[in-house]
Design a protein around this ligand. Structure first.
Ligand code: BES
Ligand code: MN
Ligand code: ZN
Length: 450
């Protein structure tokens, strides 16, 4: 089989490239030089044999970034059968395969499927972990990319139920008016939509295993509510359930890899709609925890629904809590689109996640839960205000708001993630993207994987 496969040869510099290309034939070196191949990351060169067929592919790589090594190739190589030819260790090759797979994604729901992708063969030993991670990332991407008309609260519920049934997990939902008494904040934000708000729950795993909770912001569309967003501000807001997409995809990854934990997933799911019945600026909303919240701005809706979900999660006393949310534009101002902002009430956890992110090329960056900024979210008529009196430090004030609904004795981290690629880059297709998913999984594997 291997004979009919075209080798892909990663090279970190021109010396290696010259050595590799000489084994293909004398003319090959000349061809490579003529093509101005420079071995920079993502540069590639098709090397022909004497019949004009592709004999090999050279690709420039940074050996420190195996996941990026092949990530650009699936979208540029001709449809054919390839294999990776290199002397780097098994782990490196496995990560390179992961990158190839992540780079093969296309959102095809509304397109005719493209049939002829290039195929990368070989690598059987640890395929499963690679495949499971790709499946999870692509699940998050698909959920985010699907337009709200086809990904409302009801659809997100179906997606969650499907994941639950696949792994014999327990699923339950509290919906519409049923939320009013015990989850008043979720109800307030979601009541304006013709599609009922809900709190989705999934639990899985043996009771004897350590309990962890995942929470995700499920705003299926964020118009801003009565504090309506501008046209450009609203354009991508189908992605505002990105936190829920991450938490659900991570749930599926944890279950598929049989991590020995007891998992609780909480997805507060709403549409932040404009409606005669919508919640208003100036309203005071009560929360499950008891704190009252003055609504300074209906567009700061994510923290309001997350408040009730975090409270419920804490009631079950997990030993670790992680929330994902497309929470603030301010996190993007601080760190740009690629880096989720990482907040934690536990320094060890924060540091570990930061390191894990670098290790698996899924980086994030810590920001502080700087307590003095609590003054920015106080209210004259309620316990808290949902928007800060200053927009400076907006990612921090949002995270501080969430912290009021957590328990200081339960290690908690909050990822304010963009969940989206604004432009296409190798391995990072335009549109929905999993950011922080593999990093968190790595941390969980470290802690619970044995
Ligand atoms: N979903 C948005 C945050 C967002 C906007 C994330 C753009 C990614 C890209 C969130 O609900 C929101 O509107 N936040 C406001 C908060 C403000 C009103 C205090 C924001 O960031 O402007
Ligand atoms: Mn908003
Ligand atoms: Zn939002």
């Amino acid at each position: 089989m291997t004979n009919s496969l075209i080798p892909i040869i990663p090279v970190a510099d021109m010396q290696t490239a010259e050595k590799a290309v000489k084994t293909v034939g004398e003319n090959a070196l000349h061809w490579m030089q003529q093509s101005k191949f420079n071995a920079e990351p993502f540069a590639y060169c098709l090397i022909p044999d004497s019949d004009g067929n592709i004999a090999a592919v050279l690709v420039g790589v940074n050996p420190e970034s195996p996941i990026q090594a092949l990530a650009g190739l699936p979208k540029v190589l001709p449809s054919a059968d390839y294999h990776l030819q290199c002397e780097l260790d098994e782990h490196w090759q496995q990560q390179a395969h992961l990158g190839w797979q992540l780079g093969s994604y296309r959102f095809e729901r509304y397109l005719r499927p493209k049939k002829n992708w290039p195929r990368l063969h070989g690598h059987d030993s640890s395929t499963t972990m690679v495949d499971l991670q790709v499946t999870a990332s692509n699940m998050a991407r698909d959920l985010i990319n699907t337009p709200t008309e086809d990904m409302g609260p009801d659809h997100l519920q179906q997606a969650t139920e499907q994941v639950a049934s696949q792994f014999d997990a327990e699923f339950s939902v509290i919906i519409g008016a049923e939320l009013e008494a015990d989850f008043p904040a979720i109800h307030a934000v979601g009541r304006g939509s013709h599609r009922a708000p809900r709190l989705l729950r999934l639990s899985w795993g043996e009771k004897s295993h350590p309990k962890i909770a995942l929470i995700g912001k499920g705003v299926c569309f964020d118009t801003g509510g009565l504090n309506l967003k501008s046209a450009s501000g609203m354009r991508k807001m189908k992605k505002d359930m990105g936190g829920a997409a991450h938490a659900l995809a991570l749930t599926q990854l944890i279950m598929a890899s049989k991590l020995p934990v007891q998992l609780e997933l909480y997805l507060p799911t709403v549409e932040n709609a404009v409606d005669a019945n919508a919640y208003r600026p100036g309203d005071v909303v009560s929360t499950r925890q008891g704190l009252s919240v003055e609504i300074g701005n209906t567009d700061a809706e994510g923290r309001v629904i997350l408040a009730d979900a975090l409270t419920l999660a804490c009631e079950h006393q997990p030993e670790l809590m992680i929330d994902f949310a497309t929470l603030t534009g301010a996190a993007r101002v601080a760190l740009g689109t690629d880096l989720p902002a990482l907040f934690s009430n536990n320094a060890e956890l924060r540091q570990e996640l930061h390191i894990c992110g670098d290790e698996v090329e899924d980086p994030m960056w810590p920001l502080p839960l700087y307590q003095p900024y609590m003054r920015l979210i106080d209210s004259d008529i309620a316990d808290l205000c949902n928007n800060a009196s200053s927009s400076f430090g907006g990612a921090i004030t949002a995270a501080l708001f969430l912290q009021q609904f957590t328990n200081k004795d339960i290690p908690w981290c909050h990822l304010d993630t963009y969940g989206w690629n604004d432009s296409k880059r190798p391995g990072r297709p335009l549109g929905g993207e999993a950011m922080g998913l593999r990093a968190v999984f790595r941390m969980l594997q470290n802690r619970y994987g044995g």
